[in-house]
Design a protein around this ligand. Structure first.
Ligand code: PLP
Length: 463
């Protein structure tokens, strides 16, 4: 299994190199050069851990202890559960893990994949895991990497926009090897600053004797791998429950920000899973809606702080991977250069046409999000968080034939204020996820606060 860079396909890396490094030296993302195929015979009927083992072994054939790692990662908090709501719609709840958002699916496992990758490439230095977060990756990365040997995590989160609970989940983390830094600016500012550090060798060389830099963002292929699994598992569960027949196409509606979650669905399709349409559900920051309906990606626009803050993103990093798979490295390199220079690029008619085959898109503003939470609570007695509500609304508007699965990416308790306003009642306290209990009683230990120009200074200070 070989990996290359989205911006230069002449280079070749192993999976362990890709996971250890996070981002290629040319600024591109690591992508697999081929997709392993999985047949229905192989995957139907497997339980979750076995499914993870099957999918990951295809990409990481020489990871000997995969089953043990998977068991350690998920035994106490399997994030995933499927809830069938109607004859042709189910909600895939991905928020039952350690931090109550879907990021846990990958980040409970990534520490094992990363430390094994470091060993396999003979890397003895400490991995400094730089992570920009729009709210949920931060706490999932901090809890996933708490006290993990040979790692240190520094999370950058936007000072404004994230929910109080998201903030507390990060600022009350106690482990010595995890740090959270508030940045003045939005997620895009933080993500751009973090990505620029990987290419700033004058900066990283200062630490090169004892430390290397990596990432826990979905720019790291190790984040995407565990996310491919739940598409297969969901399909298998639907066959077992007699909701679909083996071979039927299933659609997935995904609340999208950095395009990682939905890209994992595209990868599942590439590996042979019978996927119909992937519905890219966006909020008012609708760059992806626009590129999928017009072919032009344009981040020159106002940035909105919405009630679905984990999707408040104008530069969706993983869209670069999709362009690579559709059009190759040359085109990808050109688009990303244009994105830096002009803030926008135009896809060719051919690439745009290809996009339409696999992807549909819908968008939802704050008011519609509230309406959707309210309507589904009343009609189906099912309470969703705002991000999930956007995907639910998208599935409803798309009104596709066949079975559709809505990905539920956060617990409603994580965005309690928005949800309670929408349903006009309190969420029952006894059902609150353990991860979110007593957060306001824990001591706040993480107090760093910087402007985006001080990110390098604070990294130096922390290290
Ligand atoms: C991160 C996140 C998303 C967006 O996922 P991407 O992989 O960035 O597209 C959606 N909802 C929630 C709750 C999230 O935390």
């Amino acid at each position: 299994m070989k990996f290359t860079s989205t911006r230069n396909d002449k280079v070749s890396f192993s999976a362990q190199q890709a996971i250890a490094k996070g981002l290629a030296d040319d600024g591109g993302l690591f992508v697999p050069t081929t997709f392993p195929s999985v047949s229905t015979d192989e995957f139907l009927g497997l339980d979750y851990e076995k499914m993870v083992g099957l999918i990951l072994s295809k990409y990481l054939p020489d990871f000997e202890n995969l089953d043990e790692m998977i068991h350690s990662a998920y035994k106490n908090a399997l994030p995933v559960s499927l809830s069938v709501l109607t004859e042709n719609l189910a909600v895939l709840e991905l928020f039952h893990g350690k931090s109550a958002a879907f990021k846990d699916v990958a980040l409970q496992l990534l520490p094992y994949l990363l430390t094994t990758s470091l060993k396999k490439i003979g890397e003895k230095r400490q991995a400094i895991i730089l992570t920009a977060t729009s709210g949920d990756t931060g706490s999932a990365a901090m809890s996933g990497f708490s006290n993990v040997d040979q790692t240190q995590v520094i999370v950058f989160y936007p000072e404004v926009g994230i929910s109080d609970i998201q903030r507390l989940q990060m600022t009350t983390q106690a482990a010595k090897n995890v740090h959270a830094v508030a940045v003045e600016g939005n997620f895009d500012d933080a993500q751009r600053a973090v990505k620029s550090i990987f290419q700033d060798h004058a900066f990283t060389d200062q630490f090169a004797e004892n430390q290397i830099f990596s990432s826990a963002n979905s720019i790291n292929f190790g984040r995407l791998l565990p996310q491919i699994v739940y598409y297969f598992w969901t399909y298998s569960e639907l066959v077992s429950a007699d909701k679909i027949k083996s071979g039927d196409l299933v659609n997935f509606s995904v609340p999208t920000g950095n395009f990682g979650d939905i890209l994992a669905g595209y990868y599942a399709k590439k590996m042979g899973l019978p996927v119909g349409k992937l519905i890219c559900a966006t909020n008012k920051n609708s760059v992806l809606y626009d590129v999928l309906t017009t072919g032009t990606y344009d981040r020159n626009r106002d940035f909105y702080i919405t009630n679905s803050p984990s999707m408040d993103i104008l530069v969706s990093s993983n869209f670069e991977r999709l362009i690579y798979h559709l059009a190759g490295a040359k085109v990808t390199q050109a688009t990303q250069e244009q994105l830096v220079k002009e803030g926008k690029y135009q896809l060719s008619a051919e690439v745009f046409e290809q996009l339409q085959k696999d992807f549909l898109t819908e968008k939802c503003d704050d008011d519609e999000t509230i309406e959707e939470i309210k309507a589904v609570s009343t009609d189906r007695n099912y309470v969703m968080d705002p991000h999930t509500a956007i995907a639910y609304a998208a599935a409803r508007k798309a009104d596709l034939d066949g079975f559709t699965v809505v990905l539920a990416t956060a617990s409603p308790y994580k965005f309690a204020k928005t949800v309670e306003d929408a349903i006009e009642q309190k969420l029952p306290e006894d059902k609150m996820p353990d991860a979110l209990k007593c957060l306001d009683k824990k001591p706040v230990t993480q107090l760093y606060h910087v402007t985006k120009d001080q990110i390098r200074t604070i990294i130096k200070e922390i290290l």
